[in-house]
Design a protein around this ligand. Structure first.
Ligand code: NAD
Length: 349
């Protein structure tokens, strides 16, 4: 295994912590990329990795992404991420979650966790028995916090409207054709918001039954999950997996706008220039999909209610406008401009 410092994704992490608890079987990594703006906030992923080196890479890559996301969302939070290594059967016990909570607590508030893939709000409740540095807990009506999906969908929706305005000169989504890849929590929420505006929708999901049911409800069309990115539409909105914008997919794009909620949409950094070269208006993923972290960060900070979450989400299109304006002025790809802005905000520019 390469030394930690030699990992391509290390990128001057402030700290990378490894925890083991033989009694409960816990094996966890907590990566803290930056605390420049505040405690490092980012969810915990519970995942089975065939190779433990992949778990380290995942923690580092996701942690850096959270630094950028939180900074661009204007939150007083740094960036971090945790990975709990699952066995093949993905066994997770309350004792293991408690041990993980103690691990988080030992960092004294430098890292604040929330849900990510494989972790539920019930798991956050179990972790909260051992530490207060946790968010994404169930909350009462009107409070910030809880399921981040609807907040993420709302931010993506506002970002799509901003992109439509900039690329197509239209003030609303009425009659605009949006192709959505993945109709889960984020993509499904986005579809409903756009349908209410009278957008023309094409939906795709590997779960074809789910896509068909939502399409029926909203009067939308469906496409095959493998073809959705290449259909002729005004906007393509990736809301499923990451790394879907590779050289082939970018060459096949027929929409002038890519704006969606999926994390890490670019397969490799060079794809930023490929999109730009094709004249596509791209909404950098961690800028447009920050609604969920805004929701859970305000919960943790105890700063405001749902109305404040909604107000802060309206700042997402403004941030996208800044990125696009600088991209237009400099000729640099939007994704690179966003990275540069984020680096400046975390004091590394
Ligand atoms: P989800 O699990 O609710 O939905 C994902 C959907 O995508 C599922 O319906 C799944 O069947 C579908 N899917 C998977 N692979 C697909 C493929 N190849 N083609 C088409 N559909 C496919 O997840 P979510 O919470 O909606 O998250 C979607 C994306 O948004 C992820 O990349 C996630 O990391 C990102 N994201 C989510 C949030 C949030 O608050 N939930 C916040 C920021 C980013």
């Amino acid at each position: 295994m390469a030394a930690l410092w030699d990992y391509p994704d290390f990128d001057e992490h402030e700290g990378v912590h490894f925890f083991t608890d033989p009694v409960t079987g816990l094996q966890a990594i907590i990566a803290i990329h930056s605390t420049h703006l505040g405690p490092a906030a980012g969810g915990t992923r519970f995942w089975h990795y065939a190779d433990k080196a992949d778990a380290v890479t995942d923690a580092l890559r996701l942690s850096r992404g959270m630094s950028f996301k939180n900074a661009m969302a204007g939150l007083p939070m740094g960036g971090g991420k945790a990975v709990v290594l699952a066995d093949g059967a993905r066994t997770k016990t309350p004792e293991m979650l408690a041990a993980f909570g103690r691990a988080i607590d030992s960092l004294g508030g430098k890292y604040v966790t929330a849900e990510d893939v494989g972790m539920s709000d019930a798991d956050m409740v179990a972790i909260a028995r051992a530490t207060r540095h946790v968010s994404g807990l169930p909350v009462g009506e009107g409070h910030a916090g809880g399921d981040p999906g609807p907040s993420t969908a709302r931010g993506v929706y506002l970002g799509v409207l901003a992109a439509i305005k900039r690329a197509l000169g239209k003030d609303s989504a009425a009659g605009v054709h949006v192709a959505i890849q993945g109709v889960g929590s984020v993509g499904g929420g986005l579809a409903r918001l756009l349908a209410a505006d009278g957008a023309k929708l094409t939906l795709a999901d590997v779960n074809g039954v789910k896509a068909a049911a939502l399409a029926h409800e909203l009067g939308a069309a469906t496409a095959h999950a493998n073809e959705i990115l290449a259909i002729e539409a005004d906007v393509v909105s990736p809301c499923a997996l990451g790394a879907i914008l590779d050289a082939g997919a970018i060459a096949a794009l027929r929409a002038p706008v890519v704006a969606g909620g999926a994390n890490n949409q670019l397969a490799v950094p060079a794809d930023a220039a490929r999109l730009h070269g094709r004249g596509v208006l791209y909404a950098p993923d961690y800028v447009i999909n920050a609604g969920g972290i805004i929701n859970v960060a305000l919960e943790y900070l105890g700063q405001g209610d749902r109305a404040e979450v909604a107000r802060r989400i309206t700042l997402i299109p403004e941030r996208l406008e800044q990125v696009w304006a600088e991209s237009a002025a400099t000729g640099d790809p939007a994704a690179d401009v966003a990275d540069r802005m984020a680096m400046r905000l975390i004091g590394r520019g």
